[in-house]
Design a binder for this molecule. Structure first.
Ligand SMILES: [Fe+2]
Length: 168
């Protein structure tokens, strides 16, 4: 596993953009938690590398299109991620799976692998409290959690974090 090495590459790439670095690290932490609670067959390396690099296209999206919209990040991320991952002895099969996940990480439903779903849910665990005032909307939040998360471990962790429910 080249987790620390790839984190270093991500930090170097984002340079003084501490907000993006923190986001990538938070998503990676949640991905690790979900991996621990997931009883399905997953590829930990794919999920962790995808988590570290999932938003790596955001600077190029801003530079080229003056936008951080998901579709531009999805477009710009994979070639940068591939370049970073090619510096490590990681198979092309894994690299293309990671790049596919990055290319669709704002578009649930296109890729339906458990590796994709865990990365997607980890991103939502970080984004939900930033995008939604969950303390004032607990009833609605219950429905949102049901709709948003793609894995049972994702929605159960969201319920624990945002609704204070005991984890099953
Ligand atoms: Fe993200």
């Amino acid at each position: 596993m080249f987790k620390n090495e790839i984190i270093l590459k991500m930090k170097n790439y984002f340079a003084d953009d501490q907000k993006r670095i923190d986001h990538a690290l938070n998503v990676t932490n949640y991905a690790e938690k979900l991996i621990k609670h997931c009883n399905k067959e997953i590829n930990e390396e794919v999920i962790i590398y995808a988590a570290i690099l999932h938003d790596i296209g955001i600077h190029e999206a801003e530079r080229k299109y003056n936008s951080t919209a998901g579709k531009y990040q999805e477009l710009e991320g994979p070639p940068i991620a591939k370049k970073i991952l090619n510096d490590f002895p990681i198979t092309q099969k894994l690299i293309s799976e990671i790049c596919e996940i990055i290319a669709h990480h704002h578009s649930p439903g296109v890729i339906n692998t458990i590796n994709f779903k865990i990365l997607y849910d980890a991103d939502c665990l970080v984004n939900l409290p930033e995008e939604y005032n969950y303390k004032e909307n607990k009833d609605k939040l219950d429905q949102i959690i049901d709709k948003l998360y793609l894995t049972e471990c994702g929605s159960s962790l969201a319920r624990k974090l945002f609704l204070g429910e005991q984890r099953k």
